[in-house]
Write a protein that binds this ligand. Structure first.
Ligand code: NDP
Ligand code: GDR
Length: 344
């Protein structure tokens, strides 16, 4: 039986990847952090938390000794490093913690691989945030990087150290430059889920108005479940490499707001500009969304759209779910959860 380690199993991608690897017959070591109240709601919702081939291991990415012990215990042939302080907004308030976890953390795992077994295959969760300020459209593997947040800068270190270990020590290190990917399991601090959760609450009469920051940024949003399949394919390839996963379609945050309300059968109309922009329910005239500058970031990434041709050609990977389908799936899931007063 093949064995794999997934760091960050309590996160969105960790949960979907665990589901995929268990389906493929792997033994999965999923890591979670020691906190006062660990939350396994995602793997519970997927129905895999009690799976006999899933082992949950306490682990912190910033600790080299525990990285070595993790590899020794699991005897895994593949390591998927999904753990990170992954919220861009928070990285401006906690830049040092972000650098330690998101930037240097992966180096602990690479060093542990070098010490324990250099044949272990390693996946690093890199990000379109490394492209940051637009240098080319659409962005591909060879587009120059220009990160715009402490998170993006930290991820860039992790990306290059993965490439460096590949070239220096022949470690099978893959870097997946993934554009935004969402799902009903997305954390509520990220904009798509913040929107779909609020739309569900407004639909059910539990909330009057959603507050957002900048509505102009354009993002390339895909479905997370499809993106974890791409991660797995990268580690099955003959050679380690760097790949972009994206849909090659972009929309603004404002477009996603409109789409989410539409999925709940509420038509909205936008008016006002920048700080005073609002969206009103056409049927009732009520304001259901307003801009609050509190959510603006010190530096913004205006436009991300990826070119996934290399992943299509070399891995046979292709996104299938449209943004409209994804958005509807998220709104529907949030309506069900809010009806049950679920807290996640
Ligand atoms: P989440 O924020 O949902 O999950 C992050 C995971 O990392 C959580 O399980 C979290 O644990 C864990 N973690 C945080 N700090 C540590 C630490 N010090 N030691 C061990 N574990 C830690 O992220 P996603 O699932 O959305 O993303 C997965 C990875 O992919 C991340 O690295 C992210 O930066 C990257 N990425 C994500 C994209 C996306 O659109 N989703 C796009 C491109 C890259 P806890 O629950 O305890 O906080
Ligand atoms: P991002 O995702 O920064 O792209 O990082 P997020 O959903 O947080 O923001 C997307 C865009 O929406 C704008 N925005 C808001 N964002 C949030 N969170 N809350 C708001 O109220 C709000 N209003 C407007 C943001 O300014 C931004 O432009 C995600 C994370 O998953 C990273 O870990 C990952 O690397 C990248 O995607 C690719």
């Amino acid at each position: 039986m093949k064995s794999a380690i997934i760091t960050g199993i309590t996160g969105q991608d960790g949960a979907y990847l665990a589901e995929l690897l268990l389906e493929k017959g792997y033994e999965v070591y999923g890591t979670y952090r020691r906190t006062s109240s660990v939350n396994f709601w995602r793997i519970e919702e997927l129905g895999i938390s009690q799976h006999p081939n899933l082992k949950l291991v306490e682990y912190d990415l910033t600790d080299l000794a525990s990285s070595i012990r993790l590899l020794q215990t699991a005897n895994a042939s593949e390591v998927y490093n999904l753990a990170a302080q992954s919220f861009v907004g928070v990285s401006f308030d906690q830049p040092i913690t972000t650098a330690q976890i998101t930037g240097v953390g992966p180096l602990n795992l690479l060093e542990a691989i070098r010490i324990v077994d250099p044949k272990i295959r390693f996946y690093q969760a890199s990000t379109s945030e490394m492209f940051g300020k637009v240098q080319a459209v659409p962005q591909a593997e060879d587009t120059p990087f220009y990160p715009r947040s402490p998170y993006g800068v930290a991820k860039l270190y992790a990306h290059w150290i993965t490439v460096n270990y590949r070239e220096s020590y022949d470690i099978f290190g893959c870097s997946g430059i993934l554009f935004n990917h969402e799902s009903p399991l997305r954390g509520r601090e990220f904009v798509t889920r913040k929107i779909t959760d609020a739309v569900a609450k407004i639909k059910l009469g539990k909330l009057d108005c959603l507050e957002l920051g900048n509505l102009d940024p354009k993002r390339d949003w895909g479905f997370a479940k499809e993106y974890v399949e791409g991660m797995w394919r990268m580690l099955q390839a003959d050679e380690p490499d760097t790949y972009v996963l994206a849909t090659n379609r972009m929309e603004t945050v404002r477009d996603f707001v409109r789409m989410a309300f539409k999925a709940a059968e509420i038509e909205v109309e936008f008016s006002g500009a920048e700080d005073t922009e609002v969206a009103k329910d056409v049927a009732t005239g009520k304001t259901v969304m307003r801009v609050n500058p509190r959510f603006y970031r010190p530096a913004e990434v205006d436009l991300l759209i990826g070119n996934p041709e290399k992943a299509a050609a070399k891995l046979g990977w292709k996104p299938e779910t449209s943004l409209e389908q994804l958005c509807k799936m998220m709104v529907d899931a949030d309506i069900v959860r809010n009806r049950m007063n679920a807290s996640f």
